[in-house]
Every structure is written in C-alpha cells, then in structure tokens.
Ligand binder design. Structure first.
Ligand SMILES: Cc1ncc(COP(=O)(O)O)c(C=O)c1O
Length: 419
C-alpha cells in the first residue's frame, strides 16, 4: 500500500507546526502570545447564533441539504454584491456557496486544470494557491510580488508564451500576507491581461470587509466585462467572525461557477442548512456592525504598528486586512528573526518565507488576539532590540537556532517554477 506521490510530497500545513512550537514553549514556562493565524478572535454576532439555534430545531434541516444551497441564500449573496459593490450577479447562475473560501482555493484548480496545466500563483501568497494546484496535478508557476510594486504583480513581465499557456492566475487584495491593497487600475489591467491571453483571473477577496478609515472595499467584478474572464471568492470567516462555520461564496463567470457547482455535487452534498440560515443572518447585519468590528482591528493595528516602529522595524500601515508586514533587520532570515523575537518576548509571528521565497525578509503579524494580549504584545515588541546582536551582525553564525530546527526547505517536488 502506498500513499499517492502528491500527498507524500506535501509539507505539513505550517500552522500545524506552529501549534506544536507554541505547546513546547508554554511547557517550558514561556508566556507565548501567538500573533500567527488570521483566525478572528471576536465572537460571531448574536443574530447569527440565534438564527442558527432556531434553524437547528427544525427537523427539515437535519436531512441532506440541496446541492446548490438555499435559493434565498444565493439571492442574499447576490444582494451583498449589489449593495457593497454595485455589481449585478445572477443568483442562479453566477454564484456558488462554498464550505469556506479555502474550499474554492483547493477545488478551483480541479475545475480549470488538466494534468500539467499551468496556474500562476503569487509569491508571497496564501499557501493553498500552491497546494490546490499540486493536488490537481497542475504546474504552479510563481509570480513575484515586491515592495517596489506595492506587492502587485507585474503582469506585463510574464513572458508571452507562458501567459498563452497559463489557465489561471490567482490574485488576492486586500492581501495576505503583505496587507497591501489593489487599485481599481490594477484590476482593470488584470482583466485586460486575462482577456488578452484567455487566462481566468481568480480574485481571492477574503478580506473585502476588513478595511480601515475611509477605505472602501473593491471587487474585481466592478470592472466592466470582468465576468467574461474572472471569478471572485469571499469568506464569511473574516467578514463576519464566522471562521468555524465554514461559509464562503464564489461569484463571477457563469461557465466556471457552473463547473464548480458540478464538481461540488460529487464531493460535499451541500452545506448544512443550519449554517446557511446563520449565513443569511450574517448578510442581514447592519453596516454599523462591520464598522464597529473594524474599529477594534484598527486600534490594534495602530498599537502594533507603533510598537514595531519603536523597535526599529520598518513597515507600511495597511489600510485593510488582518496583517502587518514589517521588514526584518538586514542580513537575518525571517525565521531566525521570528525565533529571536519569540525567545526574547514570547510573541510569536509568522516568518515571511512561509508564504514563498519573496516573503523572505519580512514577518507577518496577525491582529487576531484579544485587546489585552495585543497591548501586552505591543509593550514587549516596543522594547525588543530588533537589530541583530553584535556577534551575529559581524557575520558569525549563531551556534544553533533557538528552536533547534534547520532552515526550512521547500521540498524539491513542490518548488514551483518562477516567472
Ligand atoms: C487570503 C485567504 N484566502 C482564503 C482564506 C481561507 O478562509 P476561509 O476560512 O473562508 O476558508 C484565508 C484564511 O486565512 C486567507 O487568508
């Protein structure tokens, strides 16, 4: 008996390793404050819970759900696009429910790719773009995101022959891990580029509803003609503090959405009706709920941005998303910096290299810990000596990493080609 090659060559999801590291440090008596996962800490709003409890008592909801979701939910989802972005979506043909948006990231490659087909994925980026492509036995090719370009890919730098062969391109703004936002102009360019080369533009808009100040969320579907070549994914986890519920939506190009729905009929037999009722209640929440929730994240953002600057770390203040993305001191790897910070302060952040080669040189800090933990983490970071200790700065290698590990290597089978 042998496990498939695609599974054997799959590295463990990095947050599984993080959980182990936290447990070890806590067992050693360290007061660890993890600022690692983008797992919203605030409770799901009461109207959502109430509606869910009510629905749970109805035996009709205990049977298999319909394959395509409750028609009233798809209608309410289309209503969200109309209200939020002034985008018209046909609830019967242009939208699909998803069991969390990660489901779409993992399954969309099965819809679009035959074995060996090329998917263009951002580096740094959320790791499921890469893994979903590998599960579908597609060929991932990374497109670099750099600080100089505001973490937006340079689509015109993608060689023409590669662009012609590619089947789809993942983009994600507000961005994980960099916290960058896209401009409408970038979305226009992406749609034009996708049409020119017949490449599906798959926009992961998981953080659409986590915005600060006057920032208004954008949808790529706002660009005229976008539905000819694009789909967009949304996550109730981030929008409504519903990570445990597993609700997302995929909207846009009808052919892709229909194929996605067909694939799902063979995999998951729909979404628990009780959860769909909860999603309906979430979509009916007033705008004020979002504003108040985002104000909490915004305060945390400001406290941690200041703490990073006090520690001498360079960073841009993000106007959306759940992440800060400070630069680590010159000459130190993101992993070594994260371990040094952990050992000195107990604050755990994610090395940028976990999100791809071009994430090296940065760490990601998530805003998803309760306020008192954020304030305590900020106090500790502010007094952290961020520049490397003198013996390291002189070029001498530290004897051993603080956690005893070796530098992470992307397994050979996994390493995607690069543009
Ligand atoms: C960019 C991005 N896309 C998708 C997801 C998955 O979210 P969901 O809980 O909807 O599956 C995440 C989760 O962190 C994310 O950061």
């Amino acid at each position: 008996m042998q496990i498939s090659q695609r599974l054997r060559s799959m590295p463990p999801y990095h947050f599984a390793k993080t959980a182990q590291l936290i447990a070890e440090k806590r067992a050693a008596g360290i007061d660890v404050i993890p600022l690692t996962m983008g797992d919203p800490d605030m409770p799901t709003p009461d109207p959502v819970i109430d509606r869910m409890c009510q629905a749970a008592h109805d035996p009709a909801n205990h049977r298999y759900p319909g394959y395509y979701g409750l028609p009233e939910l798809r209608k309410a989802m289309a209503g969200y696009f109309a209200r939020r972005f002034d985008v018209e979506i046909d609830p019967d043909r242009e939208i699909s429910i998803m069991l969390g948006s990660k489901e779409g990231l993992a399954h969309l490659p099965l819809v679009m790719l035959d074995p060996g087909d090329i998917a263009l994925i951002p580096d740094p980026g959320y790791t499921t773009y890469l893994m979903g492509t590998l599960i579908a036995t597609g060929k991932p090719v990374t497109v670099p995101l750099t600080a100089e370009r505001g973490w937006l890919p340079d689509l015109r730098a993608i060689p023409e022959d590669l662009a012609r062969k590619a089947k789809f391109l993942w983009i994600n703004y507000p961005n994980n891990p960099t916290g960058a936002s896209a401009t409408r102009q970038f979305f226009e360019e992406a749609i034009a580029w996708g049409k020119e080369y017949d490449v599906l533009i798959a926009h992961d808009n998981a953080y659409a509803d986590v915005t600060y100040g006057d920032t208004r969320p954008l949808s790529i579907l706002q660009i005229p003609g976008a539905k000819e070549i694009a789909v967009e994914l949304h996550s109730f986890s981030k929008s409504y503090n519903m990570a445990g519920f597993r609700v997302g939506m995929l909207a846009g190009n009808e052919t892709v959405v229909e194929a996605f729905k067909t694939l799902k009929t063979q995999i998951d037999t729909g979404m628990f009706n009780v959860v769909q009722h909860a999603a309906l209640a979430a979509l009916a929440l007033p705008e004020s709920w979002l504003r108040e929730r985002n104000a909490v994240y915004e305060r945390r953002r400001d406290v941690l941005v200041q703490a990073c600057r006090d520690a001498g770390l360079e960073l841009t203040t993000p106007d959306a998303s759940l992440y800060l993305w400070p630069r680590v001191p010159e000459g130190e790897s993101s992993h070594d910096f994260a371990m040094r910070l952990l050992d000195a302060t107990g604050v755990l952040v994610t090395p940028g290299a976990n999100f791809g080669e071009h994430g090296e040189g940065y760490v990601r800090i998530a805003l998803t810990a309760p306020d008192d933990k954020i304030d305590e983490a900020a106090r500790r970071i502010a007094s952290f000596q961020s520049s490397k200790p003198a013996e390291n700065a002189n070029g001498a290698k530290p004897a051993k990493r603080a956690d005893g590990t070796k530098p992470a290597k992307t397994p050979k089978a996994k390493k995607p080609a690069q543009v």
